[in-house]
Ligand binder design. Structure first.
Ligand code: NAD
Length: 242
C-alpha cells in the first residue's frame, strides 16, 4: 500500500514486541527502518527478518542518540519518523517503590523519550517536516494502583508530547502519543494474572496483539494524520471507557 513510501523511520525498543511489529509493518508500507534496542542478538535477528537495519541504542545514552541520528541523516539526508517505543515496566505501589527503581523507570521511559525527541528535532525542523510518536500507556491517562514509577513515567511522556507538539508545530513537525491498554507482549507477561482473566475487564473482551498498536502507529507516522499533533490516541479495547 506504500503508506510510508520513501520515509526514513527510527524505532526504539524494536528487537521484540510492539516495536518489532511496527518495524515489520512500516517496511511493508514502503519505509526504510532503523531498529534499535539493547537486546542486540534479538534486534539483529528481527532486523534481518523484517528487512531493516539494527543498531545498539540504550535510549538513556545522549551521545548514542547523536551518533545514530547523525549516521541516519548522513545516509539518507533526513529522518522522517521517530517512534519512541522502548520502555520497561515495574509493579510496585508508591510506598514500595525504591528511589533506585523510580529513577530507572523514569530514565528509560521518560528521559529516553525526551532525548529522542530532542535529537531528531533539529534535522526534522531543518527539513520542515517529521512525525514523532511517543508510546505512553493507559497508565499515562489515569491512575493505576501498583505501577507507581511506570505511571509517573507515562504521564511524563504524555506531557512532553504536548509541549513538544506546540514548540515544533510551526516547523512542520508533529508529535503525538499512543496509549495502549493490554497488549500481549513480554511486558504484559510480567503481570502474574492470566490474559483470559485480564480480558474480563475489557469491553472488547480480549487483550490486543502488537499488530493492533502498529496499525495506529502507522497512521500517525504517515501523512494520513497530517492534521493531528499534540494528541492522545488510545488503543485499549474500551478499557478507558469504564
Ligand atoms: N504490553 C503492554 O500491555 C503495554 C501497554 C501500554 C504501553 N506499553 C508500552 O509499549 C512499549 C513497547 O512495549 P512492549 O509491550 O512491546 O514490551 P517489550 O518488553 O516486548 O518491548 C520493550 C522493548 O524495549 C527495550 N528496552 C528496554 N530498555 C531499553 C533501553 N534502556 N534502551 C533501549 N531499549 C530498551 C526492550 O529490550 C524491549 O525490546 C513500551 O513503551 C511500553 O511501556 C505496553
Amino acid at each position: 500500500m506504500d503508506r510510508l513510501k520513501n520515509k526514513i523511520c527510527l524505532i526504539t525498543g524494536a528487537a521484540r514486541g510492539q516495536g518489532a511489529e511496527e518495524a515489520d509493518l512500516f517496511i511493508k508500507e514502503g519505509a526504510t527502518v532503523w531498529l534499535t534496542d539493547v537486546l542486540d542478538d534479538e534486534g539483529e535477528a528481527t532486523a534481518k527478518r523484517v528487512g531493516g537495519t539494527y543498531r545498539h541504542l540504550d535510549v538513556r545514552d545522549a551521545e548514542g542518540w547523536k551518533t545514530l541520528v547523525a549516521e541516519i541523516t548522513k545516509t539518507h539526508g533526513r529522518i522522517d519518523v521517530l517512534i519512541n517505543n522502548a520502555g520497561i515496566f515495574r509493579t510496585n505501589s508508591m510506598r514500595k517503590t525504591s528511589l533506585e527503581e523510580y529513577q530507572l523507570v523514569m530514565d528509560i521511559n521518560a528521559t529516553g523519550t525526551f532525548l529522542g525527541m530532542q535529537t531528531v528535532a533539529e534535522p526534522m525542523r531543518d527539513a520542515g517536516s517529521g512525525s514523532i510518536v511517543n508510546i505512553s500507556s493507559l497508565a499515562g491517562l489515569q491512575g493505576t494502583a501498583g505501577t507507581f514509577a511506570y505511571g509517573a513515567s507515562k504521564w511524563a511522556v504524555r506531557g512532553m508530547t504536548k509541549t513538544a507538539a506546540i514548540e515544533l508545530g510551526r516547523r512542520g513537525v508533529r508529535v503525538n502519543s499512543i496509549h495502549p491498554g493490554l497488549i500481549e507482549t513480554d511486558m504484559m507477561r510480567q503481570i502474574p494474572t492470566e490474559p483470559e482473566r485480564m480480558a474480563r475487564g475489557v469491553p472488547l473482551g480480549r487483550v490486543a496483539q502488537s499488530s493492533e498498536v502498529a496499525a495506529l502507529a502507522l497512521y500517525l507516522a504517515s501523512d494520513d494524520s497530517s492534521y493531528s499533533t499534540g494528541s492522545e490516541f488510545v488503543v485499549d479495547g474500551g478499557l478507558q471507557a469504564g
